[in-house]
Ligand binder design. Sequence first.
Ligand code: 5GP
Length: 342
Amino acid sequence: IRFLQSLPKAELHAHLNGSIPLQTLVELAQDLPPSTDTDNEIAGTIERLRSGLTLDEISDFFPLFPAIYALTSTPSALSRATRDVLDAFLKPRNDPLPGSIYTPTPECAYIELRTTPRATAHLSRYTYLTTVLDEIEKFRPDQAALIVSIDRRMSDADAAECVHVAIALWDAGRRVVGLDLCGDPRRGDVSTFEKHFRRGKDAGLSVTVHIAETRENTAVESRILLGWHPDRLGHATFLSREYIALFFTDERGVYKPCIEICLSSNLLCGTVRSLEAHHIQYYLANNHPISICTDDTLPFRTTLLGEYALLLAKPPLGLGLNHEQVRRIAQMGMDARFGKGK
Ligand code: 5GP
């Protein structure tokens, strides 16, 4: 564990509303005025999260979020949630071994937290993002930055507004570093978002997209998304070898987008059967850049250290990599940062 703690690690794929500590969620629920509309759903979701989620498939995962969103829809609740997520990743923690004399270390050296700006009764998309940025900017630029997520279920007008606000904040010198395309992979038509992502890229923002998370529709969608030349790719679970060969060697042979790998998330969502069958094996064998990430620590009950521990642990519990290999993987994550401490 000390070896893993000592590695400088970057968390590049963490969704804000999927990373809230359970205790924070419970306290936010206690602060909420009673409402017959949402109380049962919130209590049920907290109970599911507390007792350990089992999912039959990835589509069972997305219905968790309406209850979480009901708890993070005011500026004060959103600030509190963001603060607690950032603290969980960046504040030094005491060594878990009793009586340890070792200095406390944080989960990671750097985080690019991502979130989808929601307009609520209490927040505009602009206020949503500035509320999150106010917390992020309490940390140094080489510790924390923001990626603005666009949900594939969004209307064209909503996606345009999110990108417009992201660019305005980036132009104003706020710590926005990129755009992400996320949300239920069975919904929406990704081609409708291309113009918005192009605008973001032209303005200087980096781009990552969730890609090939499920088997269905993957060939058509992946071709469209890879055509945008994203700087990083989220999951890429079912990306075909044919597309990898076609797109990852362009005319200069240099397009190698870092793959954001979320081991526990893939196993729990049932998109990958085992670590042995996980696509990380292909990328490791082909020396393709990857970064190890948590995705959503709340439902997947994981930590970045836990994800790294899976690299070191012997099969079948882990991948059985050696220290040098794990050190190299951590460095690949640091190298793939959008922010690079600007
Ligand atoms: P938020 O953007 O609200 O801070 O974080 C939660 C949102 O992130 C979810 O509503 C969902 O759209 C997105 N999300 C979280 N985890 C995943 C994932 O594994 N795959 C995809 N495609 N989207 C995700």
